[in-house]
Design a protein around this ligand. Structure first.
Ligand SMILES: [Zn+2]
Length: 244
């Protein structure tokens, strides 16, 4: 990974108020600048999330942790899993062109990207149903019997098949983790959101880093820049001496 401690702290600092999708894109821009030759904003959501999972693995390890309440009995349970357990896809290239031919309908569409999500988020709250607005962005052409139709006028069954096609082509856009309750035996699956998970880990890491700087600066009078330039091993060794 190209990013150093100072870069990561700046990422954390500069994106405090940013949209979660923007935070993810900024983190990837720092650590893994391009996806198959293009910006991450134009990569399919699942490809972006796989890259974020890899970055998580590099920075914080491959163990992921989630807590949930059982829908059966309300028991709070914690579950650990690994990045490799939840990743299904492998295509990191550009959002490819997809096509659905169903009876007399012929629809060309592409996978949703981070850019789409940011655009939707920037639109007015009364702009209409979000799923429909996303569909409009992703449908390149919709024909019925060779005649162009509005994507909003497609029958529900066709729209469902487009959604299925997107899910099949970009399986990691919606990562589900299987959970089972040891207390009552209920089993269910939970959406795992690497975008918010990554940011909360980065936030914890940044807070720890600043606390370390505070301790070493207080003890030795070193500057923040000097402390951040230390390797993690040396920083830890000095922290232990300060605590001894
Ligand atoms: Zn339960």
């Amino acid at each position: 990974m190209a990013a150093n401690t100072d870069d990561l702290l700046r990422l954390w600092e500069d994106n405090q108020r940013a949209h979660p999708v923007q935070r993810a894109l900024q983190a990837l821009a720092l650590a893994a600048p391009v996806a198959g030759g293009q910006a991450w904003a134009q990569a399919p959501i699942g490809a972006r999330d796989r890259a974020l999972l890899r970055l998580h693995e590099e920075m914080f390890g491959g163990e992921l942790h989630t807590t949930a309440h059982c829908p059966g009995c309300g028991e709070r349970l914690e579950s650990d899993f690994r990045v490799g357990d939840i990743v299904a896809g492998s295509n990191d290239g550009p959002a490819s062109a997809l096509r659905l031919q169903d009876q007399d309908f012929d629809v060309e569409y592409r996978l949703p990207t981070s850019e789409d999500l940011l655009q939707l988020a920037a639109e007015r709250a009364d702009a209409g149903d979000e799923a429909m607005r996303l569909l409009r962005r992703c449908v390149r052409s919709a024909l019925r019997g060779g005649v162009a139709v509005d994507p909003g006028a497609l029958p529900e069954a066709v729209i469902d098949r487009i959604a299925d096609g997107m899910a099949t082509q970009d399986p990691d856009a919606d990562v589900q983790v299987g959970l089972a309750c040891p207390a009552c035996g209920a089993a269910w699956s939970l959406r795992f959101d690497i975008v918010s998970h990554f940011w909360s880990e980065l936030d914890d890491w940044a807070q720890r880093m600043l606390a370390d700087v505070h301790q070493l600066a207080s003890a030795y009078g070193w500057s923040e820049r000097d402390i951040l330039a230390l390797s993690a091993t040396r920083r830890q060794a000095y922290l232990e001496m300060v605590a001894a």
